[in-house]
Design a protein around this ligand. Sequence first.
Ligand code: SDX
Length: 392
Amino acid sequence: DTGHFTYDQGYGSTASTKSAITYIDGDKGVLLYRGYPIEQLAEHSSFLEVAYLLLNGELPKKAEFDSFSNEITHHTMMHESQKEFFKGFHHDAHPMAMLAASVASMSAFYHDKINVEDPADRRLAAIRLIAKMPTLAAGCFRYSIDWPFRYPRNNLEYVDRFLHMMFEVPSEPLQLSPVAAKALDLLFILHADHEQNASTSTVRLVGSTGANPYASIAAGITALWGPAHGGANEAVLKMLNEIGTPDKVESAVLRAKDKNDSFRLMGFGHRVYKNFDPRAKIIREMTHKVLNELGVNDPLLEVAVKLEEAALKDDYFVERKLYPNVDFYSGIIYKALGIPTEMFTVMFAIARTAGWIAHWIEQHETPGSRIGRPRQIYVGSDVRDYIPGAKR
Ligand code: SDX
């Protein structure tokens, strides 16, 4: 275990990174966080408890959780001068751009106070990042709608505190919805970690150079943004809107199979799952439940259900083992909670921060861990001599 990364060059990858955090069996559709099945954590746990589990390897006793939760609560504020930082953006800047930049800017506030070799400093960085991500994320949203930022309320739980910072209207008290908070907390649990996905591998590679945790997590945010990765949840909503009505589903499936058409079914397929993504199953069930409880009737849900039905009985998708992934239904719930489409991947980033920083710490704690140095299969020119310009 040299900490080296072997990237899938399309020629088949050989795992060489060892980790004890998350286990996936892509053929059986199994996902375990520190050995606990995602289905059980989804039913019984909370995002903050899952964050503790990912970081520490064990579920917390009450006193341990209370202490962890209290630490998170007291690190939720961003530096006042970080608000000035947002003012450099146009209001229509993509929230993922603002989030990546503002997290990277945390390096300017804290990096000289952190020794990445010190376990206590590493842990404090984890607390700061898990605590501040919702505050920075809500700041991205409030800035985009030209509303004043809201300070995090210490008397609220993690998700309620985030929803308050997002939606509190200056002129009237916010009616917090227990249904919305529970739905978002569950989505955060499901998105918290996922083994060596592109953004987590990015965090580990950047962290392996000794870079500070804020810079490493900011790199993860930018990797997550891509539509092939976390950006897919935003792309799914755009796709469903483009399809528009259930009667257009068949033609969308035809386009997705056409190699001359760049159109893909966003929210379908996965590098590892060649069976149902267990998270997609949970999110699909909760989508119907949450929309009913919120009294929301979104016609796009019927388009999504019809699209899934059509794809799952189509040979092209069946042969390629293309199933709905975590991003297929999540956007419909985010939309029902009033979260705008361009904020969907920001939601993913809030949750995945727990996994990213757990991997960043694990790598530092792995004996003999070295700088990641992916290799390649060279397909360029043979060695050749320089040709002076006049002779070219
Ligand atoms: C996430 O890694 C993680 O764990 C990621 C994640 C996490 O929690 O961190 O799970 C989160 O990123 C989920 C994935 C979100 N992305 C999307 O939903 C975008 C749409 N999906 C695809 O772009 C694609 O499926 C990928 C990117 C997810 C996987 O890409 P691959 O590895 O190229 O897919 P593949 O090797 O399985 O493809 C096999 C075939 C190919 O066709 P052929 O060459 O065999 O003819 O299936 C085709 C692909 O073209 N294909 C699709 C398709 N996905 C794959 N065709 C149409 N629509 C699709 N969505």
